[in-house]
Write a protein that binds this ligand. Structure first.
Ligand code: TYM
Length: 343
């Protein structure tokens, strides 16, 4: 019996942020370090997803390798055969299964996807690509090809995860059992020990998600930011005029976001941080604590990144890609048989 699969992907459209780090990379690496005897770990770079919105293509190849190095700096062990690190476009079954799933997906359900609405809203119709529209179908293929059960993602991806379950169930009901349906999203959050997916907010506008594709980047902490510059971003974070620290995302989104970030950086629960700081009135002092924590986190992280061995990373990518090709190919064949393309 093969092991259940935990899988996640992080796009290479830009440098990664602390939102990506705490929302997806760290939960995945914790699993890789502590549970790889019970689970197969698939961490991949959805390189085909990386240009669903416009990017500078001259940077993409290097960005993909850079992101693989970031995972290693974050603690991904390279010497464990149950941990796979790979690039989506190197396993062609991802694209092939997408086409099949496309034909079982409604235009309406894709149009209703929040991320599509948000991202297409900032582009005009001719710059909104069919790839952006189709994004969740490729993401479902990424998950279903490996029978993945648990998929650690941030809150913004929950709807796409629901879609992966829906399309698997719909396909199975229509054409016979073909795909393993991932665990319900609630069960996944319970598995990763969270009530809900994480959503780190932008420092300047704490009502919106901190996003690596943000144009201004003033409210975004990138893993490659100069540590003292990142600390300055924290000192400039938008707060409120209530002069009392409280975790209240509705009325005090900026302060609540900083409390959350501090808990993650210190590796303690949000409740512990609340117990320490709630009720204090000096936002300046509190921001300084968060700014120092960000600065020392980035300094350490960047030191680890500089020590990553590129040859070992490339070897791991190539090994994982050849090992996974037949596995993805088997699932693709099941789908091809189900739709009548193969006997
Ligand atoms: P991407 O690259 O946009 O985001 C990567 C992961 O980071 C999480 N994330 C956040 N978490 C908390 N706070 C934030 N501010 C924040 N910003 C981003 C995202 O939720 C995500 O988990 N569609 C995926 C990539 C993908 C994928 C997959 C994931 C492609 N195929 C299959 C899982 C399984 C995405 O959003 O990437």
């Amino acid at each position: 019996m093969s092991k259940p699969v935990i899988l996640t992907g992080i796009r290479a459209n830009n440098d990664l942020t602390i939102g990506n780090y705490f929302g997806a990379i760290l939960p995945m690496i914790d699993m890789a370090k502590t549970r790889s005897d019970e689970f197969q770990i698939n961490l991949f770079i959805p390189d085909l997803h990386s240009f669903t919105t416009p990017i500078d293509h001259s940077q993409l190849y290097d960005q993909i390798l850079h992101n693989a190095r970031l995972f290693v700096a974050a603690g991904l062990p390279l010497d464990n055969p149950d941990i796979y690190l790979y690039r989506q476009s190197y396993i062609s079954a991802h694209s092939e299964l997408t086409w099949i799933l496309d034909c079982f997906t409604g235009m309406g359900e894709m149009t209703r996807m929040t991320q599509f609405k948000d991202k297409s809203g900032s582009l005009n119709d001719d710059r909104t690509s069919v790839g952006l529209f189709n994004y969740p179908v490729l993401m479902a293929a990424d998950i279903l090809l490996y029978d993945a059960q648990y998929i650690p993602v941030g809150e913004d991806q929950t709807q796409h995860l629901e879609f992966a379950r829906d399309i698997a169930e719909r396909f199975n009901n229509k054409l016979g059992h073909t795909f393993m349906v991932p665990e319900p999203v609630k069960a996944q959050h319970a598995f990763f020990g969270k009530d809900q997916g994480l959503r780190i907010k932008d420092l300047v506008d704490p009502t919106k998600k901190m996003s690596k594709s943000d144009d201004s980047a003033r409210g975004v902490i990138f893993l490659g930011d100069e540590p003292s510059a990142a600390a300055k971003k924290v000192m400039g974070a938008t707060t409120d005029d209530l002069a009392s620290i409280k975790f209240d995302p509705q009325n005090q989104p900026g302060i609540s976001n900083l409390l959350q970030i501090l808990a993650l950086l210190q590796g303690v629960t949000l409740q512990q941080v609340r117990d320490t700081y709630e009720g204090q009135s000096s936002y300046g002092d509190f921001k300084k604590v968060v700014a120092d924590a960000v600065e020392s986190f980035l300094t350490d992280f960047q030191q680890r990144l500089a020590a990553v061995d590129d040859t070992a990373v490339i070897a791991k990518l190539e090994q994982s890609e050849s090992a996974l090709q037949p596995i993805a190919g088997d699932t693709l064949l099941r789908a091809q048989k189900a739709v009548g393309l193969r006997r």
